[in-house]
Design a protein around this ligand. Structure first.
Ligand code: FCB
Length: 438
């Protein structure tokens, strides 16, 4: 049976600046932490780095032609803060600005809607060296940068994402938990203040939201203790972000759990009001997998242990493929979070790819894409307010700490020649978009 998507549903694909642009020292771009990691003192790479990546900075026109060939209606990219402000703030670098002007104009002239993430994991190095998001000054600098982006690009960009995956920023570091919670809180404040800024901006007639990485958590069995484990991990990964951002309050069970373990952070009296009074227009969800939790007395915190499903397919990232969990997640959002409009801002899979006679056959990724879109379709049919889907990713690219070893693209990149090959999954997506059905 074919399932037709609503006529205003939008199909797109996503990338981020550091993962694809390359041209790391071109046209006055400043440095981020990623320009130091895996580089020696002279700046030479010692392992995979994003110095060249997909060379999208130079090849954006050719890349937009590929987007057009796939039939993308919309493109989610991120703006590199250090191309705009090489030192984080101070003088604007107009060569960097010019790149995004050309990119945006070319997208529009080819009939593809540009949508932009303000910050996707590439904080200016100076701020990282000063405590990153733990330091409230970073919020001030971020707002200055956000305003500059609205001034420069807001006439043509009508969909903005404040942050990508604050969970990763807050928790994937060596700070003690209290500080990690503080980082998350600062990100929420920066987000709410960016919304405030945008809504009062002359170009502020578009939509603005955040991008969270969410994954439904299931108990391994019906046992009470497994359920507790799943609830705790759900609190850590999902509710800690959804509740303050949508309901304006932190989940009480998690506050209690953190307090009992001696962890706390500072909330000023007005903070929650600020967040509450600047709601986002939509929620962006990056969804890759789910979690299955079993009770473990050895994890003194969440009492949870990730359970590996013996029969399931796992991607190259070690993430379980479970499309039905996307359906469950979307229904949860509908029921528990006021049916806020949702964009799937990332969804995709890394599998090993091989070129055979000039083609890349990637049946596992084709299957992943189709099944997740089926879940989206089903959730919409059952009342979930999902209006967009962006595949991750348009291209194979620099997968952060894992370098070029993981390929997520609908388009294969040969990093030696920079040749691009549309994979079978790219053609499958092209067909889906063309028919608007699955
Ligand atoms: C997400 C990131 C994205 C990419 C995918 C695989 O967590 O937002 O940049 O790395 O995972």
């Amino acid at each position: 049976m074919t399932h037709k998507f609503p006529k205003d549903f939008i199909f797109g694909a996503a990338t981020s600046a550091y993962q694809i642009e390359g041209a790391a020292s071109k046209d006055g771009r400043g440095q981020t932490m990623w320009d130091v990691i895996n580089h020696d003192e002279q700046g030479h790479p010692t392992a995979d780095v994003g110095d060249v990546a997909c060379d999208h900075y130079h090849r954006y026109k050719e890349d937009i032609q590929l987007m057009k060939e796939l039939g993308l209606q919309s493109y989610r990219f991120s703006i590199s803060w250090v191309r705009i402000y090489p030192k984080g703030h101070g003088d604007i670098n107009f060569l960097g600005v010019d790149f995004y002007q050309r990119l945006i104009d070319e997208l529009i002239s080819q009939g593809i809607e540009p949508t932009a993430t303000l910050w996707h994991g590439d904080l200016p190095l100076v701020y990282d060296e000063n405590g990153g998001w733990l330091n409230p000054d970073t919020i001030t600098h971020y707002l200055n940068y956000a305003k500059t982006c609205f001034d420069l690009f807001g006439d043509r960009i009508k969909i903005w994402y404040t942050h990508n995956e604050p969970w990763c920023t807050a928790f994937l570091n060596d700070h003690p938990l209290s500080q990690q919670l503080q980082i998350a809180h600062h990100l929420f404040l920066a987000h709410a203040k960016a919304i405030q800024l945008y809504k009062n901006h002359p170009y502020g007639d578009g939509k603005i939201g955040i991008v969270l990485n969410l994954g439904k958590q299931y108990p391994k069995t019906f046992d009470k203790m497994d359920q507790l484990a799943a609830r705790n991990v759900d609190g850590f990964v999902n509710r800690w972000f959804l509740d303050p951002l949508i309901k304006g309050e932190y989940p009480k069970d998690m506050i209690k759990l953190y307090h009992q373990a001696g962890h706390s952070f500072t909330i000023q009296e007005e903070d929650m009001d600020l967040i509450k009074s600047h709601p986002m227009d939509f929620l962006g969800i990056n969804m890759y997998s789910r979690g299955v939790q079993s009770y473990s007395p050895f994890n003194p915190f969440f009492y949870a242990q990730d359970y590996h499903m013996p029969e399931a397919t796992y991607t190259e990232m070690g993430w379980e493929v479970c499309p039905s969990s996307l359906y469950d997640l979307l229904i949860d959002i509908k029921e528990k979070y006021q049916n806020i409009p949702v964009f799937i801002t990332e969804n995709g899979a890394a599998f090993k790819d091989e070129i055979i006679e000039g083609r890349v056959h990637d049946p596992l990724r084709v299957d992943y894409l189709r099944k997740h879109l089926e879940s989206v379709y089903q959730a919409i049919t059952d009342g979930a307010n999902v209006t967009r889907y962006y595949a991750w990713s348009l291209f194979d690219n620099f997968e952060w700490g894992l370098g070029y070893s993981k390929r997520f693209g609908l388009i294969y990149i040969d990093y030696e020649t920079q040749n691009r090959i549309i994979k079978d999954s790219g053609y499958a997506y092209q067909k889906i978009i063309k028919k608007r059905s699955i």
